[in-house]
Design a protein around this ligand. Structure first.
Ligand SMILES: [Zn+2]
Length: 390
């Protein structure tokens, strides 16, 4: 088995809604440059993606919608399908750029299916809001849904999708809501307080797939300790029962305290801990098969580059100590582009990133979320919602 696969090419920076839009591809460029400066990518042959073909796009989207995306740059204001909105404005080459994102996650999935790697990472992926026939929340095509569908046709019939983005992974959940072969688990800020307003604990999957959709609705301001407590109280028990053949994780980092679009309160140290936990779960329950993609993250300079450097390092088993100084060369190049930004000096935020396991007895603010989700889905998996050993 070869070493983990890393998908990256600067052409992925073409997925760009333009100046002033929060989903700015500079975050990917800064992450890759930081990873390079720290030696994370030394000796790694980066896999260069190609645009996904239409026959793969229609795994997750209607042909009608794909046509609308193609026509959008010339279509004017009435293109519909969620395109041309403030969230998802139209840009030249939108179809090509979005197809390339899908192609990049498909390339990562192919490495696993074809036995070339057991782990793969694609920080450009993770466009989890895109729906069957419309764009949503900065997402045109849903690379996660396309990759899961492709894996289901290429040797896998039990796939676990774990979404750690601050927003509900609504597009992926919708795509597989009635499919018992896919377990989707999304931990997100409570839908009453954040876009897209879905992802309630009671949404557990459609007929024949009850319990296969899992939603953990976290209260605003949840810190590392609460997030990790909820994750441990819910996710390992479900994976032990579901026994996935592959773990696909959406690793959005807009859960950070400094993210401008949401109100959770995680740290870069917390993100690093999450990636280590996901790696352990893949080893323990999915025979080591782990495909990690990016997602949201709008603190472009202070958060995304460090967190996704940790993601790539974790996938490659090259874990970086959070006390490691941020390389001066990286700081100098960023300082030129963003002269007024207070740059981070180490690879962590100085947070402990620890938690107290849920025991069903003591009470923390996040425990309401834990109880609601366990109550909704644990019995559907033959597990006891009140027994912390499950
Ligand atoms: Zn998000």
């Amino acid at each position: 088995m070869h070493s983990p696969a890393v998908v990256w090419h600067s052409s992925l920076l073409s997925y760009d809604f333009g100046a002033g839009h929060p989903f700015n591809p500079v975050r990917l460029d800064l992450a890759v440059r930081l990873a390079r400066e720290l030696g994370v990518l030394d000796g790694v042959s980066l896999l260069v993606p190609e645009e996904a073909e239409e026959r793969d796009l229609v795994r997750a989207h209607t042909a009608n919608y794909v046509d609308a995306v193609k026509r959008a740059p010339e279509a004017g204001f009435d293109v519909g399908h969620g395109l041309g909105t403030g969230d998802t404005p139209v840009f030249a080459n939108m179809h090509s750029a979005a197809s390339l994102v899908v192609g990049s996650t498909l390339l990562a999935a192919r490495q696993l299916a074809e036995g070339r790697a057991k782990r793969a990472v694609n920080i450009a992926g993770g466009l989890h809001h895109a729906m069957h026939d419309h764009a949503s929340g900065f997402c045109v095509y849903n690379d996660c849904s396309v990759a899961i569908s492709w894996l289901l046709d290429n040797g896998f019939d039990r796939i676990a999708y774990i979404d750690t983005d601050v927003h509900h992974g609504d597009g992926v959940q919708a795509a597989f809501y009635d499919d018992p072969r896919v377990l989707t688990i999304s931990l997100h800020q409570h839908p009453m307080t954040l876009f897209p307003g879905t992802g309630f604990p009671g949404d557990v999957g459609g007929s024949g797939a009850e319990g296969r959709s899992v939603n953990v609705a976290l209260p605003p301001r949840t810190p590392d300790s609460g997030w990790l407590r909820a994750f441990h109280a819910i996710v390992p028990g479900l994976l032990e029962e579901f026994r996935p053949q592959v773990l696909l994780t959406q690793c959005g980092v807009d859960s950070h305290d400094e993210d401008p679009l949401a109100e959770l309160a995680l740290t870069v140290d917390g993100h690093r801990r999450i990636y280590q936990e996901l790696r352990s779960l893949a080893e323990q329950y999915a025979d080591g098969m782990w495909l990690a993609v990016g997602g949201g993250g709008y603190q472009l300079v202070r958060v995304v580059p460090r967190s996704w450097t940790h993601l790539m390092a974790t996938v490659l088993d090259r874990d970086i100590d959070p006390h490691t100084p941020v390389p001066p060369i990286w700081m100098a190049s960023v300082g030129e582009a963003a002269p007024n930004t207070d740059l981070p000096v180490t690879m962590g935020d100085g947070a402990p990133a620890e938690f107290t396991p849920w025991d069903g007895m003591s009470e923390e603010p996040v425990d309401t979320a834990i109880r609601e989700t366990r109550k909704a889905v644990y019995p559907l998996h033959g597990l006891d919602p009140n027994d912390p050993r499950d």
